[in-house]
Write a protein that binds this ligand. Structure first.
Ligand code: ARG
Length: 463
């Protein structure tokens, strides 16, 4: 179509076509061609419904259906010339349908508008991304479970402020992420459930006078029901905002573990070794193994959260119903979804391949007076000291060890008794990191027995 002739879809009242710049800013085909499968699926359901309700003839519906199938094949083959003059995927598909089947193509848009059409297409697309995110999260949870099971009783330092706090188990640390990703999964499931209403049939904004059957199209497209308010149907993008919000929280979790991998794989920590498959070398420093994938994952939240903020900003303050601003929804969501799914897959691979350095973990767990709390607890339990006093006595013993340049278990009984006369030999049993973690059997605590039970729980949940 030449730039000076009026648009064949809506140009009836126009005598001239758009300026080239207008066409450039207006067109979405450059990105919304990704919605082609959803657009065609929606149109086929719409045409079948129109025929079932006697709004178009069965012959026209059959021609439309066969024509749309051909268009879908052409697009899938990469054999389709997308046109900017035709603005978007909806008009590109319809124009090609007209080339293929002629006049009946013009009946497809009966009782429909691009407003409910795009709301439908985009919802179908986001719904698929929810399913993909859920599957990606399940695979990732399984990878973390594998690590947790293997290292249920490996001891490592637990940190607060990135300072050694108390010994914990590797399995427990891995399971912390399983809990996070399970919540992420439930957020996508929840969003999917809420978005699973079909906007098709809201038409431009007010509904239609044609005797359509919205329940029929909703069911055909796998929705639980049609949306209940036509104005809301064409102006709602909550489903995309919810998807992005869930994606941003999930990417935050990915980013946090990515950061731990970066720290843990450093020469200073040596807690883990990332596989060659997920490391890169340096072109100048031959000794280097860089955790590039983890760093990129740490950064992915930046763009996913950026997309989230962008779409919230687009939507805020928009009057009902559709405004063209809303065309700006797609690129953000596409980019966020692509990067989230890539991030989930990359993290799954990294976690599966990850080798924990059990010796380094245990050595680090023993350093830094990590069993000081166990000592204080022992003083409370065995000597009946009030916790505050026990804390004080322990602090003095830590100071003593620090001054001597040794760890708590290296202090002699005589030295300990100088600080508190009633301390006995038995105290040494709680100063070892293995005893420390084994004793943390409170619900949700780090004890290996708890870890193993929780691994079983998650295996059952994931099936
Ligand atoms: N390309 C448009 C979008 O993505 C489709 C809807 C156009 N509707 C309209 N009334 N101009 O939002």
């Amino acid at each position: 179509m030449s730039k000076t002739s009026a648009n064949s879809m809506w140009g009836g009242r126009f005598s001239a076509g758009p300026d080239a710049i207008m066409e450039a800013i207006n067109a979405s085909i450059g990105f919304d061609q990704r919605l082609a499968p959803q657009d065609i699926t929606g149109s086929r359901a719409h045409a079948a419904m129109l025929a079932a309700r006697g709004i178009i003839t069965p012959e026209d519906a059959a021609a439309i259906d066969a024509g749309l199938e051909q268009v879908a094949e052409e697009i899938a083959r990469g054999d389709f010339a997308f046109s900017t003059a035709l603005e978007d995927i909806h008009m590109n598909v319809e124009a090609r349908l007209r080339e293929i089947i002629g006049t009946p193509a013009g009946r497809l848009h009966t009782a429909r508008s691009r407003n409910d059409q795009v709301a439908l297409d985009f919802r179908l697309w986001v719904r698929e991304q929810c399913d993909a995110a859920i599957a990606g999260l399940e695979a990732l949870m399984r990878a973390f479970l594998g690590q947790a099971e293997a290292g249920a009783d490996w001891v490592m330092p637990g940190f607060t402020h990135l300072q050694t706090a108390q010994p914990v188990t590797w399995g427990h640390h891995m399971l912390a992420y399983v809990e996070m990703f399970a919540r992420d999964k439930s957020r996508f499931e929840d969003a999917r459930r809420r978005m699973n209403e079909c906007p098709l049939g809201a038409a431009a904004l007010a509904g239609t006078s044609f005797p359509i059957d919205r329940h029929m199209t909703a069911a055909a497209l796998g929705f639980d029901r049609p949306t209940a308010n036509s104005l809301d149907s064409v102006s709602d993008r909550d489903f995309a905002l919810e998807f992005l919000s869930a994606a941003a929280i999930c990417a935050t979790h990915l980013s946090r573990f990515a950061e731990e991998l970066v720290i843990w794989s450093s020469a200073q920590f040596r807690f883990v070794r990332m596989s060659d498959r997920f490391s890169t070398g340096s072109s100048i420093m031959p000794q280097k193994r860089n955790p590039d994938a983890a760093e990129l994952l740490r950064a992915k939240l930046g763009r996913i959260l950026g997309a989230t903020v962008a779409l919230f900003t687009v939507m805020k303050g928009l009057p009902l119903t559709y405004s063209k601003d809303m065309q700006e929804d797609k690129e953000q969501v596409f980019d966020a979804a692509d990067n989230l799914l890539l991030g989930l897959a990359a993290m799954e691979g990294m976690v599966r391949d990850l080798t924990a350095n059990r010796e380094a973990l245990e050595a680090a767990a023993s350093a830094g007076f990590s069993t000081a709390t166990d000592l204080a607890d022992w003083l409370v339990r065995e000597l009946d000291l009030p916790f505050r006093e026990a804390h004080h006595v322990t602090g003095a013993l830590v100071k003593l060890a620090e001054d001597k340049g040794c760890d708590l278990p290296d202090l002699s009984l005589a030295e300990m008794q100088k600080t508190h006369g009633q301390i006995t030999e038995a105290v040494y049993s709680v100063l070892g990191v293995q005893n420390s973690v084994a004793s943390r059997t409170s619900y949700g605590g780090t004890a290996p027995a708890n870890v193993r039970a929780r691994v079983e729980h998650w295996k059952e949940v994931l099936g």
